[in-house]
Write a protein of this length. Structure first.
Length: 261
């Protein structure tokens, strides 16, 4: 919510700037019809809103309402209104906002090479999940305690570090020690069992980047489980329940293309 309050003035200014180029020169208070100029002139938004690129602004399914890909917020075409919340298509009972979030999560996670993850995989996986994990999180430890059961059911688990307490904390240092260990899989298992690690610092680690990724996708807790289609499964689920959820996720339609206008 704090980020949204900081973002609203910039959103409104960018929208109004793009809109003003096509407004009639009149003292009338009538609002002109929605104009897609804000989308075609997305350079104005990109130049005004920190962190927002031209392709981050696009037309939503609602005429006159535009989507800004920054925590996914919506903005009226005249720049007067910005609002949050999920956008639903009533006839199809589909959550359009969540469908787009899936695409964004998938793209962000795919940008992390698997060489920067700690992976536990069966020989022939049926499903792949990406798990944001905290070494000291109780439910993260419970999930890892059953890692063999997840693998036996065909679930490939890709761990990404997300120490909830943030930088320069004990959990953060433990994550870095896992990464700096010669056998990261064994080290992660030991750390989740509460055993001390003796790995020395090894310079640059992916912990900071992966922590920022978790914040970027709006992670609220750990374990944060993301399916291969970008869907946020949620927190800990027992092995069989997780497999049932993943089977349902495979039936979900693909989200909207990122470049859609």
């Amino acid at each position: 919510m704090k980020r949204l309050r900081r973002l609203i003035p910039a959103l409104a200014l960018a929208a109004a700037s793009a809109w003003a180029t096509d407004m009639p020169n009149s003292s009338s208070t009538a609002v002109p019809a929605p104009n897609p100029a804000i989308v075609s002139n997305a350079d104005a938004a990109a130049a005004t809103i920190p962190g927002v690129k031209k392709e981050d602004v696009r037309q939503s399914p609602v005429p006159g309402v535009f989507e800004v890909r920054r925590d996914i917020v919506y903005m009226s075409g005249d720049g007067q209104y910005v609002f949050t919340g999920d956008l639903y298509n009533v006839p199809t009972h589909s959550n359009l906002t969540e469908a787009h979030r899936r695409v964004l999560r998938q793209k962000l996670i795919e940008a992390i090479p698997e060489s920067q993850m700690v992976i536990f995989s069966p020989p022939q996986p049926k499903y792949t999940i990406t798990v944001f994990t905290d070494v000291d999180c109780a439910y993260c430890r419970e999930l890892h305690r059953q890692i063999a059961d997840y693998n036996r059911l065909g679930v490939r688990v890709r761990y990404i570090f997300y120490p909830r307490t943030g930088p320069n904390t004990e959990s953060w240092h433990k994550a870095e020690q896992v990464w700096c260990s010669a056998d990261r899989k064994a080290a992660l298992t030991r750390a989740k069992l509460g055993q001390a690690l003796d790995a020395k610092a090894c310079g640059n680690t992916p912990v900071q980047r992966e922590y920022e990724l978790g914040k970027a996708i709006g992670l609220e807790g750990t374990p944060g489980i993301v399916a291969s289609n970008g869907a946020m499964v949620g927190g800990y689920l027992p092995p069989q329940a997780l497999v049932e959820e993943l089977a349902q996720q495979q039936q979900q339609p693909a989200g909207p293309p990122l470049a859609q206008q």
